[in-house]
Design a protein around this ligand. Structure first.
Ligand code: FAD
Ligand code: NAP
Length: 576
């Protein structure tokens, strides 16, 4: 298996005493470092396993990789800098990986962030010492630093999932996981290629690979509801319009349910006639992107409403794929629309009209083993020169658990969360004082346009650290009652939606043995922000506060519960 990681000689291992350690140098880690250092004047170090910034956009260099959030809001907002918004112009509606990586490199340079980032350095352990109230963080180069605050910026999708197929290492050809793609690229010209998986990654990669390969076998276990992306170049006029309106755009992203600058329409799917519904779906389809999911407010809540969108999408597949059997195989029937993350596609379905592309149903005839020459399923053998694993990630907790975090009394995070995440707001967890998790599980995270959620968490953490300093504290810990209350609310909203119905990575179903829970919070980005703000405004309600590792004050009043109730009642009304 090839990897994008390049080994280079490092500088001597670090030994330092810091205010904060941040793990990861993607969107989250870069913005967090800027806030810690330049807003709060703290000493901070970022540790990053890769040899450059970028996170997702450093690692995922597979052909066709691009964002599914439109670039003009898949970026830092005016919270970071109005000048940067003015200065940066995206070349495409959905920018490709190299351009997003260039953008993040530009941010790192513009704010002089690299000097406090230690690259090629993996965090392998972090222990909380209750006697001093400090974290000791160990790195794979033998380094050890201590810090008052430990902030994870490790991303939700940064640990690859490579299924343990029998014989996997016996394959004599080349094999790659899309999430650790080689920097030099892969030449598919004239080669027979097997792609395993049909998620958002495969949907981007397959059309590109098919252009060069002799033959591509696409091994599909679950058909997805792919939505038209509608990518196109951005011209100067597009750019100007966005720049002229950025304040309004960003304000909207912060208030809407999914962190996008489009509102979810205030109507239910069955409240309009069939013709009107088709017209609404068709218009959203034409405009491309996730707008289709915002056409009605009950698509995620009501099965009948959902089925109208599902059937609209199946009809688009039948229109575009010539062979009716292939079209049917590509049509999802086993889960509601948007209960698995719908990929955005630009020509994916037409790819199956090509003579050099074969769709293989590995639900009906599962993969049995990887052989030296290819893949053997229950009913056939497929020979290949290259196997591409587009098999996703051990999302949300996968990377967090690999950090080796131990809180009070040496309890490991994965022990505390053995039955699934148990957090307060997805940011903090009892027993792990001064640990903040940017886009942690049970926060909106992957159910949102992530830069908006990342900025919200970073800004909230920044305000919290300022508050602690101003009040003479340096220790903060989620209280158990507050955490139980949050988890209870999280589960209650989840159960009102259709999301538990699908075997998605959102519920951990892609990883054998992973506890089945909804990992992201589905109550909405805008309302989640209000909850977090109210908790902060009440002196960090639900958190214990103190100094040197000792909590001396703090209570849980349930101040934000009014908001929880509103969210649940609103969802229940739409669902009924
Ligand atoms: P990441 O970008 O994942 O960065 C985390 C960093 O932490 C990595 O660089 C990793 O090397 C480092 N790290 C992890 N563990 C350690 C360790 N132990 N020691 C040191 N370093 C460590 N989201 C959207 O909202 N819209 C999109 O269009 C979109 N497109 C995506 C496309 C792809 C292909 C993928 C995989 C994800 C996409 N996402 C998208 C989600 C994306 O992950 C986030 O938008 C965002 O990039 C996350 O940034 P981050 O900084 O939080 O995490
Ligand atoms: P994914 O959505 O988890 O898809 C993995 C695919 O591999 C699925 O089709 C899955 O089938 C299949 N698979 C896994 N194990 C298998 C096995 N043992 N046998 C057969 N098939 C197997 O992963 P992804 O496509 O990399 O996307 C992950 C997430 O990253 C996305 O949902 C999205 O959030 C993000 N992403 C975003 C973009 C973008 O915005 N541009 C692009 C790529 C990725 P099942 O469905 O049956 O499990």
């Amino acid at each position: 298996m090839s990897s994008a990681h390049t080994e280079q000689p490092g500088t001597p291992p670090e030994q330092a005493e810091l205010d904060a350690v941040v793990v990861g140098a993607g969107f989250s880690g870069l913005y967090m470092l800027h806030r810690l250092r330049d807003t709060l004047g703290m000493t901070a170090r970022v540790f990053e396993a890769a040899d450059d910034v970028g996170g997702t956009w450093y690692w995922n260099r597979y052909p066709g990789a691009r964002c599914d959030s439109e670039s003009y809001f898949y970026s830092f907002s005016d919270r970071l800098s109005e000048d940067l918004l003015e200065e940066w112009t995206w070349s495409e509606r959905f920018a490709a990986q190299p351009e997003i990586l260039r953008y993040l490199q530009h941010v790192a340079d513009r704010y002089d962030l690299r000097k406090d980032i230690r690259f090629r350095t993996k965090v392998v352990g972090a222990d909380y010492d209750a006697a001093t109230g400090r974290w000791t963080v160990r790195t794979d180069d033998g380094g050890q630093v201590t810090a008052t605050y430990l902030i994870t910026a490790v991303g939700c999708l940064s640990t690859t999932n490579l299924p343990d197929f029998p014989g996997r290492d016996s394959f004599r050809g080349e094999s790659y996981h899309t999430g650790v793609w080689p920097h030099e690229g892969v030449d598919f010209t004239g080669k027979r290629v097997i792609v395993i998986g049909t998620g958002a990654t495969a949907v981007q990669a397959v059309p590109e690979i098919a252009q060069d390969a002799a033959h591509v076998y696409v091994l599909q276990r679950t058909a997805n509801y792919d939505i038209a992306g509608g990518n196109r170049p951005m011209d100067a006029e597009d750019g100007r319009k966005i720049k002229d309106n950025y304040r309004e755009i960003w304000k909207t992203t912060r208030e809407t349910a999914f962190g996008f600058p489009y509102e979810v329409a205030d109507r239910t799917a069955l409240s309009v006639s069939d013709e009107e519904r088709q017209r609404i779906f068709a218009e959203a389809w034409e405009r491309g992107g996730f707008r289709l999911g915002t056409t009605f407010n009950d698509l995620l809540l009501d099965e009948k409403a959902n089925e109208t969108a599902a059937e609209f999408l199946r009809a688009r597949i039948r229109e575009r794929v010539r062979d009716p059997k292939v079209a049917e195989l590509l049509s999802p029937r086993d889960h509601p629309f948007f209960t698995k993350r719908p990929p955005l596609e630009n020509g994916y379905y037409e790819t199956f009209n090509r003579e050099n592309v074969t769709l293989v149903d590995v639900r009906e005839a599962p993969i049995q083993e990887i052989t030296p020459t290819g893949v053997r399923t229950a009913d056939a053998e497929y020979e290949a020169d290259v196997i591409v694993y587009a098999t996703g990630f051990d999302a949300m907790t996968g990377t967090l658990f690999r950090l080796g975090i131990r809180g009070r009394d040496g309890v490991a995070l994965e022990e505390k969360w053995a039955e699934g995440p148990h957090s307060y707001l997805g940011i903090a967890t009892h027993g792990f004082p001064n640990l903040f998790m940017i886009t942690g599980p049970q926060s909106p995270s992957v159910l949102s346009n992530m830069p908006v959620s990342i900025e919200q968490h970073v800004d909230w953490i920044t305000d919290c650290l300022r508050f602690l300093r101003e009040q003479g504290y340096d220790t903060i810990e989620a209280l158990p009652d507050a955490e139980d209350d949050w988890v209870g609310h999280h589960n209650e909203v989840t159960q009102l939606t259709l999301l538990p119905r699908a075997n998605s990575w959102w519920v951990g179903a892609n990883i054998p043995g992973k506890p089945r829970n909804l990992y992201p919070y589905v109550g909405g980005v805008g309302t989640y922000r209000l909850i977090c703000d109210e908790i902060a405004a009440r002196g960090y309600d639900g958190f214990g506060l103190g100094s040197g590792g000792t909590i001396t004050t703090g209570q849980f009043t349930g101040a934000a519960r009014r908001k929880y109730t509103e969210i649940v009642e609103e969802a229940a009304t739409k669902a009924s």
